[in-house]
Write a protein that binds this ligand. Structure first.
Ligand SMILES: Cc1ncc(C[n+]2csc(CCOP(=O)(O)OP(=O)(O)O)c2C)c(N)n1
Length: 563
């Protein structure tokens, strides 16, 4: 589109044209907001306007869409639903996911007059957005929408909020001379790949090459940059074991000989052991935050470290550094690999063998549980079945809490083309996020792992999946409880819980497969471990939304992080 070609159009036409121009395929919302925009979308675009059951779920769907595609996910709510939507942005904020939230807002003509359903929502979006703005005049649609995409996708990506004047955003009905100009560069992450300065790359390399026991800790920045191949190439060139954060789990396949697993709190023992034996830790695209470092115990503060990040403010925040490199992960890793002294790899032979032995020990230790035939089913066996049955191009979406511990620690990606997305802390995120991921990547199998407590949050969206034919597979670890909380309650009750204490974390026994069937999806109930693999295969072939309800052991507790 040419610059400077204004024409008279409505805000609705402008917004519809711009979303189309940015390649948006789905908008997740609860009515009624931007009604005119959604109406004109019907004739001007192919964008699907998914009417869902709750604003928080809409935000999670947009987040799942964004993390699966790298394209901003769009969600919307009228003024009374705005804070429900804001609550749903919190995970996107924590995970650095580019979500654009649109809400209706106050009209200058009536604000402060106790308008029905209205409060000042803008401050509530402040802690969960990179850019939180109001659009009062229709003529501002083009530049504000462009800025929303620019902010959501650049630097460390993240959520944006645009509040449109009118409780339902009725400013979209106004007309102005406008040009719905789009900047396709900002239609996905990352729009820019800043190259690091060479001196910093050489300094970092010198430390890596001199180290005898280095380890890489790769984070979500590697996945946002699409730098998995470059990461693996550098690790192979220099023979350096690779741990990942939970957010970066798909940066390297779990079966790669240099992969040691997810490090930190929701982790695999082998990763924590390797990282804590390292003489140098190289952080790439990770904030080295509390979860990834088990509250800065893995590695211990004082361990020699280097850090590579696109955000200069992240470099050195949590560990004193020998060297820092500011740049895009893919460009930086490729540059490092091209300059790397491969001859130095010999120095690390013993260390790589040690790391591999530690990984082998982990498999031997958990083998009985990964292959357990016990009924009720062990969650470890569920993870092992995922490792076997997720297709080569599959996207695995995982909830937090116990789900994050089980899958973060025990599931292995087999190929670089598999993806892994995890809740950054919110229980209930995974089911709607999996639906959003499937909307964004309909050609890829999407399999979600959630506990029953997580699934309850947004169970109504089974109906959404059935109505919109969102053929994601959701596997519920159904122990009729939130049993991750068991240890905590054991503690406060002095070791042995009273019968009444169980009120705090037990639920009714419910058959989710039957509920799924009633809501228009396919339901499969699994009570024997041997049936789980075939159930996953059957679900993937169904071309329908499927809920696999797995009856699991209430006393199964995930191993705690080792330090
Ligand atoms: C929004 C939110 N509220 C509360 C929690 C705390 N929390 C973490 S795990 C958990 C229970 C998990 O239960 P479930 O999903 O059934 O898995 P299980 O532990 O039974 O395997 C709770 C309440 C949270 N992470 N997020």
């Amino acid at each position: 589109m040419m610059l400077g070609h204004n024409r008279k159009m409505s805000g609705a036409e402008c917004l519809a044209d711009m979303l189309k121009g940015y390649g948006v395929t789905h908008v997740f919302h609860v009515p009624a907001v931007l009604r005119k925009t959604f109406a004109v979308m019907e004739t001007r675009t192919d964008i699907k306007r998914l009417h869902v059951h709750g604003e928080k779920a809409a935000a999670y769907m947009a987040d799942g869409y964004a993390r699966a595609t790298g394209k901003p996910g769009i969600c919307a709510a009228q003024v009374i639903g705005a804070l429900n939507l804001a609550a749903g942005l919190r995970d996107a904020w924590l995970a650095h996911s580019p979500v654009i939230a649109m809400t209706g807002g106050r009209d200058p003509k009536t604000k402060f007059r106790k308008v029905y359903q209205e409060i000042d929502d803008v401050p509530a979006f402040e802690p969960v957005t990179k850019f939180n703005a109001t659009i009062d005049d229709v003529a501002r649609f083009p530049d504000m929408v462009r800025q929303a995409f620019r902010v959501a996708t650049t630097g460390t990506p993240g959520p944006v909020h645009l509040q449109f004047r009118g409780n339902e955003g009725q400013v979209d009905g106004d007309e102005a001379e406008m040009e719905p100009l789009c900047e396709p560069q900002f239609a996905r992450v990352p729009p820019f790949r800043p190259a690091p300065d060479d001196a910093s790359v050489r300094a970092a390399l010198q430390h890596l090459q001199a180290a005898e026991r280095p380890v890489i800790v790769a984070g979500g920045g590697v996945r946002a940059s699409g730098a998995g191949a470059e990461l693996v190439a550098l690790a192979e060139a220099l023979q350096i074991p690779v741990a990942t954060s939970l957010n970066g789990k798909d940066a390297i396949p779990g079966v790669h000989p240099l992969s040691v697993g997810v490090v930190g709190s929701y982790s695999r023992e082998s990763a924590n052991r390797v990282v804590n034996r390292a003489d140098l830790v190289c952080f790439i695209g990770t904030e080295a935050g509390g979860m990834t470092t088990h509250f800065w115990a893995v590695p211990k503060i004082g361990t020699p470290a280097i850090q590579i990040d696109i955000d200069p403010e992240a470099i050195g925040r949590n560990y004193p550094l020998l060297a820092g490199v500011n740049g895009d992960a893919r460009v930086t890793l490729a540059r490092m690999a091209s300059l790397a002294d491969r001859a130095s790899a010999g120095r690390r032979k013993a260390w790589v063998a040690e790391a591999q032995a530690i990984c082998k020990e982990w498999y031997a230790k958990y083998d009985p549980l990964l292959n357990s035939d016990a009924a009720p089913i062990r969650p470890e066996r569920m993870c092992a079945e995922f490792s076997k049955h997720v297709p080569d191009n599959g996207i695995v979406v995982v909830d937090t809490g116990h789900a994050g511990m089980w899958m973060g620690g025990m599931y292995d990606l087999r190929t670089p083309s598999q993806s892994y997305m995890r809740s950054a802390g919110h229980l209930g995120w995974a089911f709607p996020a999996g639906l959003g991921a499937k909307c964004g990547a309909p050609e890829r199998p999407v399999i979600t792992f959630t506990g029953d407590a997580g699934f309850w949050y947004h169970i109504a969206e089974i109906e959404t999946a059935a109505r919109w034919k969102i053929n994601a597979v959701t596997v519920v670890n159904n122990n009729a409880s939130g049993n991750q909380s068991k240890r905590g309650f054991d503690r406060v009750y002095g070791g042995t819980q009273t019968e009444q204490a169980k009120e705090m974390w037990h639920f009714s026994k419910v058959n989710f497969a039957r509920i799924a069937e009633d809501m228009g999806a396919v339901g499969i109930r699994v009570e024997k471990a041997a049936d789980l693999g075939p159930a996953i295969e059957q679900a993937l072939k169904a071309n329908r939304p499927v809920v696999i309800d797995v009856v699991t052991e209430i006393d199964a507790l995930a191993p705690l992080a080792v330090t």
